[in-house]
Design a protein around this ligand. Sequence first.
Ligand code: CU
Length: 122
Amino acid sequence: MRPTRKIAATIGFVAGAALCAFAVHAANEPALQVIKINASKFHFEPDHITLHQGQPVTLELTSSDATHGFMIRTLKIDTDIKPGKVTDVTVTPATAGNFVAICDHYCGVGHGMMKLKVEVKP
Ligand SMILES: [Cu+2]
């Protein structure tokens, strides 16, 4: 092999190794946090979730009976949860603090008791 070809081969190898390192780094990025929440008359399960300020999270909302609502005013979330379907909501909490999610779709006599505590840690 002539010296110039040897250099070209070396550069190719280094570039390839760098690309591999980049791909491995990308695969090691932290996975998006996913929290499953099920609504039923008249509560949410779990009834307390912990999020982290500035970190995106996907809430997978399901209902095991009627249509419920899911509203967290401070986080600008307001959706319905229909039975037999998963409703995904992705949010990145901008501020830390304690918030409350409520059911805002009338679902029966205990409707007003449906609350879920949301703690956003700094
Ligand atoms: Cu309700």
